[in-house]
Design a protein around this ligand. Sequence first.
Ligand code: AMP
Ligand code: MN
Ligand code: MN
Ligand code: MN
Length: 284
Amino acid sequence: MIDFDFHCHSNISDGTLTPTELVQRAHGRGVRAMALTDHDDVAGLSEARGVAEALGMTFINGVEISVTWRSHTLHIVGLGIDMNYAPLVSGLQGVRSGRGLRAQKMSDELAKAGVGGVLAGAYKYAGNVNMIGRTHFARYLVEAGHCRDVKSVFRRYLAKGKPGYVPHQWANLADAISWIKGAGGIAIIAHPGRYMVGKHSMGKKTMQELLAEFVALGGGAVEVVTGSHSQEQYAEFARYAEQFNLLASCGSDFHGPDESYRDLGRLPDLPLICRPVWTQLGVQ
Ligand code: AMP
Ligand code: MN
Ligand code: MN
Ligand code: MN
């Protein structure tokens, strides 16, 4: 078992806990080293670091950047970043800036599909108005009785091709990697297995093209152990990491006690062929 967790969310993006509550929960579950990786925002890092260090934990600055690559939305985690690096700060600001208008459009599309007046309800769930996103809509649609849980809302309304899905242009891959690398961090492909399931997913050939392009642009690692991967996917992405000479990362992708694939920490060991990313983060 690994007592590190390098991927999780607070209510600065779409988690339900504050940065303080999140770190306290991780500590309570035996996590010794952690990164907070909110979507497109670093505003929770100072608070989280303060709490983590007071509890004797190792804290790594992180972020999870939304990227559009070809027709796919990808998430690129940055670990070990200087959160004040100006191109990263302004780059993230740019990525966040389209979210308000997108939310308005999502609400309009849902109204056309017969689900009216959700915008204000979704904003109630956004701890950070600049980071309004699909998860906040999903929580409100559950509250309003449209679906039984967040996962069902995505399936019925918010996944690509569904009535409330609004296509969006996020950062490009080269920019996201250069912000992370320029900030002294390591760029990591988050939960790669998720890009290979479902109707609009990428096949093996496209995944290999992505990995090759990612390496060429200076990417450093892939998540091998993550909450949404199966055992088979641990092995599959361990092999890809070896093949493309990438390091392997691990994280729960925890969003909250009631709606995550996995709770914080206590992650299964990386397959033996992996070279762990934390050797480059000064964590042991
Ligand atoms: P956004 O950045 O607004 O498009 O929201 C993306 C977030 O929605 C992801 O980070 C997940 O937290 C959540 N999400 C995406 N797909 C699903 C799904 N099928 N079930 C539950 N949550 C999902
Ligand atoms: Mn999320
Ligand atoms: Mn993600
Ligand atoms: Mn995540």
